[in-house]
Design a protein around this ligand. Structure first.
Ligand code: XMP
Length: 516
């Protein structure tokens, strides 16, 4: 399935919904030509919404040859209007805008597209222009109080369109519309799943790597863990993983990687013990940017050193390491304009900013996948839940969650508090509700408290639970009071030198997710 992007923030959402219906989907720009579409041989095409008006000069259009390819097509919002205009219907500014929840009346049985849905349903709309006349040969499937043509179909040509956004959850039967289009109208089977992705990726990885050697930096996070597990499934011990323990990890993280992950996957793992090196480099540093730079620099040094040793070892065996595994995800690819995938490594890296002159060919087995799909594949590969379900964790680790100087002692406090928070959130079944919950130690702040019969003068711990789709924006999560109470009680009782727990109730923007 191809999702043609007309500049909406919805294209990614449409691609996800199509995949949720177990059909593989890819996003392509609206400038794609009919020949390029034909070369991809899609089973169906969805045209996304977009911010333009079809009448504006320079409004994004579609190569008219695409409709002539005979591929089943569903137009959504702006995509629906593009279809209407290009096929001879009429789109007009009626002055009747529709935004938000809008009731739609389905005509007759709704045809293939709206089959099995009630005569009226709530949809989510966002449009100023409307289709006022469907093109020749199309039947009108639905209307609203102010939009006479809210959905149409040409059954023989397998062309369909809806004015509303079926991809957003506020459209009551939205997913049904998408599934009806895919399965009933276009006849695409629902057979894309984690198992198929693994089989396909294993084949691709083998074709790319052959009998070459490959290296992977494991961060402990889900992306690199799943990417490495896939590559290992494909080429076994041709892969070596490097895990840098910089001493800024969360509790139990090193053991999980060294024991649970290795047991589940069988990967060859080299752990670099670099705690002292990082702590020494951070002595006397409180400035967040300086900390980030130091941690990044030390990370590169450590990784390069490990890499040199491994490369030398491999070369002495006559097999230099040519490939580097990266856990790049689909949103990164879409946002960067869909790179070719074999470029040399970028400076921004999910393991922590590796330098540009590392000359490897990249292996990126997750570059077609969304985060939740990566988790599903991790599960299918038998990775432990603690790794598959892991919250996003920044490369600089706990180093940027201590406001003030980073010391071994403070890291231990924070590690204990963080472990309690994660334990309680998991026990309360909240792992899927929150995006992540940074736990921050305000090491430079002290407040007065009372414990037992004595006065205390300890540090506050900040809880920063956030809900988010992509970490670009976030809202603070309304955690249940009893969970907050348990966390607060345990931290103040079990973590020495902490006598206060506070909750961060700031959205992003203006606050970032991390405190530093
Ligand atoms: P902010 O704090 O910018 O965080 O709102 C957005 C998301 O990015 C994560 N984060 C990082 N991840 N290296 C990373 O790999 C970093 O230096 C870094 N800084 C922030 C953060 O945890 C959140 O998910």
């Amino acid at each position: 399935m191809l999702v043609v992007d007309f500049g909406a923030q919805y294209a990614q959402l449409i691609a996800r919904r199509v995949r949720e219906a177990n059909v593989y989907s890819e996003i392509v720009p609206h400038t794609i030509s009919a020949a390029e579409v034909a070369a991809k041989n899609p089973a169906g095409i969805v045209l996304s919404g977009g911010p333009s008006s079809v009448y504006e000069t320079g409004a994004p259009a579609l190569d008219p040859g695409i409709v002539e390819l005979g591929v089943p097509m569903l137009g959504i919002c702006y995509g629906f209007q593009v279809m209407a205009k290009q096929l001879g219907g009429e789109v007009a500014k009626t002055g009747q805008r529709e935004y938000g929840a809008t009731p739609v009346a389905v005509s007759g049985d709704g045809g293939d597209l709206l089959a099995g849905q009630p005569a009226t349903q709530t949809t989510w709309m966002s449009h100023g222009d409307s289709v006022v006349r469907a093109p020749e040969g199309f039947s009108v499937l639905a209307s609203t109080a102010s939009t006479p043509v809210a959905a149409f179909a040409h059954d023989q040509r397998k062309l369909y369109g809806v004015q509303w956004h079926p991809e957003v959850k506020h459209s009551e039967f939205g997913q049904r519309v998408i599934e009806n289009f895919l399965h009933r109208a276009a006849g695409i089977p629902a057979d894309w799943n984690a198992g198929n992705v693994i089989a396909e990726q294993v084949e691709r990885i083998r074709a790319q790597i052959g009998d070459g050697k490959v290296i992977c930096g494991l961060s402990g996070g889900v992306d690199s863990a799943v990417a490495a597990a896939l590559v290992h499934k494909a080429v076994g011990d041709q892969l070596v993983c490097v895990f840098v323990d910089h001493g800024l990890l969360r509790k139990d993280e090193r053991r999980q990687v060294q024991e649970d992950y290795v047991k589940a996957t069988g990967v060859r793992l080299v752990t670099v013990d670099a705690e002292q090196q990082f702590l020494d480099a951070l002595v006397g540093v409180s400035d967040p940017e300086q900390k980030r730079k130091i941690i990044g620099r030390e990370f590169i040094r450590t990784f390069e050193q490990a890499e040199r040793e491994l490369v030398a070892e491999a070369a002495s065996e006559g097999e230099p390491i040519r490939f580097l595994v990266q856990g790049t995800l689909y949103p990164d690819v879409v946002e960067s304009g869909g790179g070719s995938g074999t470029a040399n490594i970028k400076s921004h890296h999910n393991v922590g900013g590796l330098p540009e002159d590392l000359q490897f060919e990249l292996v990126e087995p997750l570059r077609t996948l969304f985060k939740d799909e990566v988790r599903a594949i991790g599960r299918e590969l038998g990775l432990p839940e603690e790794i598959v379900n892991r919250q996003p964790f920044p490369g600089p680790g706990l180093g940027i969650r201590i406001v003030g100087e980073v010391t071994k002692d403070r890291l231990e406090l924070l590690r204990d508090a963080d472990a309690i928070v994660r334990e309680e959130l998991t026990a309360a079944g909240l792992d899927t509700e929150i995006w992540q919950c940074p736990v921050v130690l305000l090491a430079d702040v002290r407040s007065v408290g009372v414990q037992g019969d004595g006065r205390t003068y300890g540090h506050p711990i900040v809880l920063r639970p956030v809900s988010s789709e992509d970490a670009m924006t976030a809202d603070w999560t309304r955690l249940p009071y009893d969970v907050l109470a348990r966390i607060s009680n345990r931290i103040t009782n079990e973590v020495r030198d902490v006598n206060r727990v506070v909750l961060d109730v700031t959205s992003k923007p203006p606050g970032t997710i991390e405190w530093e």
